[in-house]
Design a protein. Structure first.
Ligand code: 1PW
Length: 215
């Protein structure tokens, strides 16, 4: 991208939103979680049109959750913990099969949560990669280890094609707009543990309430 387009984007700022996610008692604040995700979507859009179908799905899920947050019961959606409690107590989640609540906050966030695991695995590979590392292979391996198991064949196929279009390692770092490759690696080393912690807290919460497989 041209230098002028780079001015208001820096991947570090986007990942920093995840730092704000955790409240002092380690609950996940939805507003910041969604801000983190909006940053990831911005980044995907900078990678080019081939990621359009991925970023569109993530955007629509961010929007569904924002609508809850800005809606009548918005205060119940302050944290992921309060959302789960509220939706379960009020029977607002389709637990076994899609019925009258096909777009609950719980099922919508679960999709983003699963994708966050992919991101975590991918960025960790990127962080520890050698100069000749292939971003497309790193991305595909991370995807196959995580998100792919939840996707039908046709989505896996489309994702695989999109990964092939990823820019090489150095060009990818440039799109991040963080600085030299060393600075990117250092930034990832700082930011990733936070993403991991947010992922783990959400994962434990969903496991505790038996929500990991909701349709
Ligand atoms: C380069 C770093 C990229 C990290 C961003 C990760 C975004 C992952 C989004 C993948 C979306 C693939 C296409 C959509 C598939 C949907 O069917 C699926 N959504 C997700 C997020 O997995 C499931 O949602 P659904 O169909 O049950 O509403």
């Amino acid at each position: 991208p041209a230098a002028s387009e780079n001015q208001n984007f820096c991947f570090k700022d986007e990942l920093d939103a995840f730092k704000l996610c955790l409240s002092p008692n380690k609950e996940v604040i939805l507003e910041h979680y969604l801000a983190g995700w909006s940053g990831l979507v911005k980044f995907l859009n900078r990678l080019g049109n081939v990621f359009g179908f991925i970023s569109k799905d993530a955007s629509s899920k961010i929007q569904i959750l924002r609508n809850f947050l800005n809606g009548e019961s918005g205060s119940e959606y302050f944290t992921v913990q309060s959302m789960v409690k509220y939706e379960l107590e009020n029977k607002l989640v389709d637990l076994k099969k899609a019925g009258s609540h096909p777009e609950s906050g719980c099922r919508t966030l679960l999709r983003l949560h699963r994708a966050l695991r992919w991101l975590e695995l991918f960025l960790e590979r990127l962080r520890t990669s050698q100069e000749d590392g292939k971003t497309s292979a790193m991305c595909a391996e991370s995807y196959n280890e995580s998100l792919a198991q939840f996707h039908p064949w046709v989505v896996r196929k489309a994702a695989g094609l999109a990964f092939c279009m990823l820019p090489g390692r150095l060009a990818f770092f440039e799109v991040m707009n963080v600085g030299t490759p060393d600075q990117v690696v250092a930034m990832l080393g700082e930011a990733l543990p936070v993403v991991t912690e947010v992922y783990q807290i959400t994962q434990e919460l969903y496991a505790k309430h038996d929500l990991l497989d909701i349709p």
